[in-house]
Write a protein that binds this ligand. Structure first.
Ligand code: NAI
Length: 308
C-alpha cells in the first residue's frame, strides 16, 4: 500500500515519519517542489529505519508524479503555513493555486486515490478539491478535527489535572480560531461527563484555549505546528489502510447532514478502506447547533473567494 505525501515541509515530513514508525504502509513517497528537498528528507528518514525498527520504504521526488502512481492515499500538505498574527483564511490566495495543481497531478497518476487535505484554510481547500478533482466525495477528507480534538483532550487533561488517556472529547465544525466547536457536553473522563468536574469558567477556558491552539503554537514557534498535525494525519491514513473504521471528526462535503449542504465542515465520520464509510449524525444542543451554523456561514464566505 503506497501513500504519497505532497509537501516535504514540517507537517509532511512529520506525517511521513509517524506513518513509517507505525510500520503499516509499504511505501511513503514524499513530493516537493523545492529541488532535492523531498529526496533529502526521505533519505534522512530512511536512515532512522534501522534505529527505529521499521520496514516502510520512504522515497522522495522533486515533482515527478509518475513516482506516486498507484497510491491508495495522498496527503496534501503543500503550501505556505501561517506566521504569528495571521489567520488560516489569509493563506487562501497562494494555497488555492498550489492545492489545485497538486490535486490534478495526483489524480492523473492515481485515479482512485483517497485524498487527505491538510493545507490551510483547510475546509476551503477540501471544498476546492471536491470541486476540481472529479473524485467521489467519500475519497476526499479534510484533516482538522483529529488535530483539534487532540488539542481539546490536552487542555481537558490539564484542567482536570489527570492523564490524557483518561479523557475523551471531540471538536467539530470549522478548522478556524472562531469556527471550532469543542463539544464540551459530550467530553468525558472515563465515561463521566467533564461538566461534573469543571465549572463553567473552567469549561470556557478549555474551549477558548482549544480554539486558539494553533495560534498559540504559531506565536511560540514563529510558524505553525507540525508534530501533532503529522500524528493526526497518520491516524487517519492508518484507519484507511488498515480499515480500522475509527470514528474521526473530519472536514467532509455535506449533503444535508447537520443542516448544511455544498460545504466542507468538520463532522464525525467512520474512516475505513473506502475513505469516508459514513458520516455520523450526533445530537447537538441548541447552542451547539447555532455555533455550527455560524461556522458554516463563515466558511461559505471564504469559499466565495475561490476561483475554479
Ligand atoms: P512548510 O513550509 O514547512 O512546508 C510546505 C512545503 O510545501 C514546502 O516544503 C514547499 O516547498 C512545498 N510546496 C509548495 N508548493 C508546492 C507544490 N506546488 N508542490 C509540491 N510542494 C510544494 O509548511 P508546513 O508547516 O508543513 O504547513 C503546510 C500546510 O499545512 C500549511 O498550509 C499549513 O497552514 C497547513 N497546516 C494545516 C494543519 C491542519 O490541521 N489542517 C495543521 C498544520 C499546518
Amino acid at each position: 500500500m503506497k501513500v504519497t505525501v505532497v509537501g516535504a515541509g514540517a507537517v509532511g515530513a512529520s506525517c511521513a515519519e509517524y506513518i513509517a514508525m507505525k510500520d503499516f504502509a509499504a511505501e511513503v513517497v514524499l513530493v516537493d517542489i523545492k529541488e532535492g528537498f523531498a529526496e533529502g528528507k526521505a533519505m534522512d528518514l530512511m536512515q532512522t529505519a534501522s534505529l527505529n525498527g521499521f520496514d516502510t520504504k520512504i522515497t522522495g521526488t522533486t515533482g515527478d508524479y509518475s513516482k506516486t502512481a498507484g497510491s491508495k492515499v495522498a496527503v496534501i500538505t503543500s503550501g505556505i503555513p501561517r506566521k504569528p498574527g495571521m489567520t488560516r483564511e489569509e493563506l487562501i490566495g497562494i494555497n488555492a493555486g498550489i492545492v489545485k495543481e497538486v490535486t490534478e497531478n495526483l489524480v492523473k497518476h492515481s485515479p482512485n486515490v483517497i485524498i487527505i487535505v491538510v493545507s490551510n484554510p483547510m475546509d476551503t481547500m477540501a471544498y476546492l478539491v471536491h470541486k476540481t478533482s472529479g473524485l467521489p466525495k467519500n475519497q476526499i477528507i479534510g484533516m482538522g478535527g483529529a488535530l483539534d480534538s487532540a488539542r481539546f483532550k490536552y487542555r481537558l487533561a490539564e484542567a482536570l489535572e489527570c492523564p490524557i488517556s483518561d479523557v475523551d472529547g471531540m471538536v467539530i465544525a470549522a478548522h478556524s480560531d472562531t469556527g471550532m466547536l469543542p463539544l464540551m457536553s459530550k467530553a468525558t473522563r472515563n465515561g463521566v461527563p467533564v461538566t461534573e468536574f469543571l465549572d463553567e469558567a473552567k469549561q470556557d477556558h478549555v474551549a477558548e484555549e482549544t480554539k486558539v491552539g494553533g495560534a498559540t503554537l504559531t506565536k511560540l514557534l514563529g510558524t505553525s505546528a507540525w508534530y501533532a498535525p503529522g500524528a493526526a494525519v497518520s491516524v487517519m491514513v492508518q484507519s484507511i489502510l488498515c480499515d480500522h473504521k475509527k470514528m474521526i471528526p473530519c472536514s467532509l462535503m455535506l449533503d444535508g447532514e447537520y443542516g448544511e449542504s455544498d460545504i466542507c465542515l468538520g463532522v464525525p465520520a467512520i474512516i475505513g478502506k473506502n475513505g469516508v464509510e459514513r458520516i455520523v449524525e450526533i445530537s447537538l444542543t441548541d447552542a451547539e447547533k447555532e455555533k455550527f451554523a455560524t461556522a458554516a456561514k463563515a466558511v461559505r464566505e471564504v469559499n466565495g473567494d475561490l476561483k475554479f
